[in-house]
Design a protein around this ligand. Structure first.
Ligand code: P6P
Length: 337
């Protein structure tokens, strides 16, 4: 009987592939594994206990914080602090960054940005949700408090990124710059086992994912691309298929496996786009490029954008390279001032 490789065994085997490993990154990913198991357990019984639904508290985005959002934030924050490899975190659920001011953590080399539970409004209706994380080496002096500059680094400087998808199965998908690898959780053993090594997105696909309810306010280039997807043309396998779960991690994960494109452009409610650059777009963009996909703001690579604010939003396009090229063509041709 073949036993799949655990995450820890995989990292040991690929030690040379993880230039930052030296055990620190392995310990950091191990903290993420532990936290995701705890969150997974709560999500799986969410319907049975009073932990679903809104907390009555708003986050900095002015959005209703779901109880599980806050629970997941505390679980990941505590797991990362306890492991001693991280000196600070930023989170969608925290107004500002958090310095881990204890003897061990303040001398740590890494910072983490995260969306602890993305798509959490889907939990009450039993739809897949996810955790997204982004890891950098700190740039401020080791031993002192973390600074905003540690968190406003360009996405291309990430040392690792990944997501946990809490779906029909729970998976941890991550990259350290040497490919994208997926580990599936076996609750009967309590471990993550290698199930998708070197994930690579199909060069093209037939799936487009965006919220067409926002059509009226889409940029003209998005409207033109959407109509392109819906036209009949056998030679290019059109019309494509619309698939939109409303959970970035779930939509991205499906498109990564099957090919496709995900777009969240500027809309009336979100004139700069809805998704956050630091802890949604940058980590997904790092994974995308490592898997042979592209990720842009409609014009420029996400990973080259210089962040200016912790919770800043950007338009987000990511998917199969040939589909992204076509979308880019329409965005450029019909660019509005
Ligand atoms: P809308 C979830 O709130 C999220 O941040 C992403 O996970 C998801 O793709 C998007 O927003 C859904 O937004 O406006 O279509 O409901």
């Amino acid at each position: 009987m073949s036993i799949h490789k655990t995450l820890g065994e995989f990292i040991v085997e690929k030690q040379s592939d993880f230039p930052h490993a030296k055990g620190e990154l392995s310990a950091l990913l191990s903290a993420i594994k532990l936290a995701s198991k705890i969150v997974n357990r709560e999500i799986n019984k969410a319907g049975l206990v009073d932990i679903t639904g809104a907390s009555g508290i708003e986050n900095i985005q002015g959005e209703q914080q779901q109880k599980l959002d806050m629970f997941a934030n505390e679980v990941f924050k505590n797991a990362l602090m306890a492991r001693g490899e991280v000196c600070g975190i930023a989170s969608e659920e925290e107004d500002n960054y958090v310095f881990f001011d204890n003897q061990t953590s303040r001398n740590a080399n890494y910072i983490v940005l995260m969306d602890p539970l993305d798509g959490s409004s889907n939990i009450d209706v039993n739809v897949s949700v996810g955790t997204i994380f982004s890891i950098y080496r700190r740039v401020s002096p080791v031993g002192g408090p973390v600074q905003m500059e540690d968190f406003l680094q360009v996405g291309r400087d990430q040392v690792a990124a990944g997501y946990v998808i809490y779906g029909s199965s729970t998976m941890l998908v991550f990259t350290t710059g040497n490919g994208v690898h997926g580990f599936t959780y076996d609750p009967s053993i309590g471990g993550f086992f290698l199930s998708h090594e070197s994930l690579t997105i199909p060069k093209t696909g037939k799936i487009y994912s965006l919220n067409e309810g926002n059509y009226i306010k889409f940029p003209l280039g998005v409207k033109k691309y959407l109509k392109y997807c819906q036209e009949e043309d056998e030679s290019t396998n059109r019309p494509y298929t619309s698939r939109y779960i409303g959970s970035l991690v779930a939509d991205f994960h499906r498109n990564l496996l099957k090919g496709g494109i995900y777009i969240y452009p500027q809309t009336a409610q979100a004139p700069s786009g809805k998704l956050r650059l630091l802890y949604e777009c940058n980590p997904i963009a790092f994974l995308a490029e490592q898997a042979g996909a592209l990720a842009t703001d409609g014009y420029n690579p996400i990973l080259d954008l210089k962040p200016t604010e912790l919770h800043q939003r950007v338009p987000f396009f990511t998917g199969s390279p040939e589909m992204m090229e076509t979308a880019h063509h329409f965005m450029t041709k019909f660019k509005e001032s």
